[in-house]
Every structure is written in C-alpha cells, then in structure tokens.
Design a protein around this ligand. Structure first.
Ligand code: INI
Length: 156
C-alpha cells in the first residue's frame, strides 16, 4: 500500500484560535462549547485556546486570516450559524464565509476549519448544534486536530 500519512487525534501542546459569530448566538454558544469539549478531551490546554467574537458570519474570514497570519496558532476554527429562514441574503453570507475561510487557510498554510452551520431552518440549526445530530463544533475541533497532525507528518 506504500506509505500512509495520517493525523493523530492528539492536541497536546497545540494552540488554537477560535472565531465565533455572535449572530444566532443561541446556536453558536452551543457550537463553541462543542469545540472546547473536543479540544480539551483530546489534550489541549485551556490557556492554549484564544477565542475571538465577531458580529456575524460575514465577518468571520478576516478574523480567521489575522489569527492564522499571526503564526501563534496551529489551527483556527470558524464557528457560526447561517440560517436561510432568517434572511434573503443567506446565500451571500454563507458563501462569502465559506470562501473566505478557505482562502485564509490557503493563503497562510495554517488549517482554518469550517465549523459553520448552514441550515434551512432554526430547527435544523439546533439539531446540528448537538441535539439530534452530533455537535458541529465538536466535529470541527477533531477536524482541526487531525488536520494539524496530518500536515505536520507530510515531509517538506
Ligand atoms: N450572520 C450570520 O452569522 N448568520 C445569519 O443567519 C445571518 N443572517 O441571517 O443575516 C447573518 N447576517 C449578518 C452578517 O453575517 C453580517 O454580520 C452583516 O451582513 C454585516 O456585515
């Protein structure tokens, strides 16, 4: 099978930046709890996690870019909730957020993880914050840890 490179789920000594949108905060609060739980259960220390709050998901990418550029974090996790029912400009907010988060990672080489829930309805968003479905924030934390370790393991 040749050589296989994969990332371990070990966050010991890793530093994380989290960017959280205040918009739909009743959802994003639950998502941040999921992120913190996912990071700490895999060995990250509280003092190694920095959380930045921004007004809405549209504002997430720039804050992610600044954190990623700082060189202080192994990964950055974007947390937001964009709900179609709430707005006609859902599509713009969701797609600009997704594009910007991807760009922040590609421009800096630092993994920037998309822990943003995009949902048709408030009910769906609640499910993705850890009721019927797994908490998307917890999943984003695990994605960040795995991606950091996978990238570290790829030889230069
Ligand atoms: N921001 C969100 O994070 N989620 C939404 O569902 C949302 N809606 O519905 O409008 C939303 N809008 C605000 C947007 O992110 C910006 O903060 C605003 O447009 C100012 O730039």
């Amino acid at each position: 099978m040749g050589q296989v490179i994969e990332g371990k789920l070990d966050a010991t000594s890793l530093k994380f930046g989290i960017v959280v949108s205040r918009y739909n905060s009743f959802i994003t609060k639950r998502l941040v709890e999921g992120v913190m739980d996912g990071l700490s259960r895999h060995g990250a220390a509280d003092e190694d996690i920095t959380t930045v709050y921004v007004p809405g998901s549209f504002e997430i990418p720039l804050a992610c870019l600044k954190l990623a550029r700082s060189g202080r974090y192994h990964a950055v996790i974007a947390v937001g909730a964009v709900i179609r029912g709430a707005t006609s400009h859902f599509q713009f907010v969701a797609s600009e957020c997704a594009k910007g988060v991807a760009q922040a990672g590609l421009q800096t080489g630092v993994p920037v993880i998309f822990g943003v829930v995009t949902a048709e309805t408030i009910e769906q968003a609640i499910e993705r914050a850890g009721t019927k479905l797994p908490n998307r924030g917890f999943e984003a934390a695990l994605t960040a840890i795995e991606q950091v370790n996978a990238l570290k393991a790829i030889p230069e």
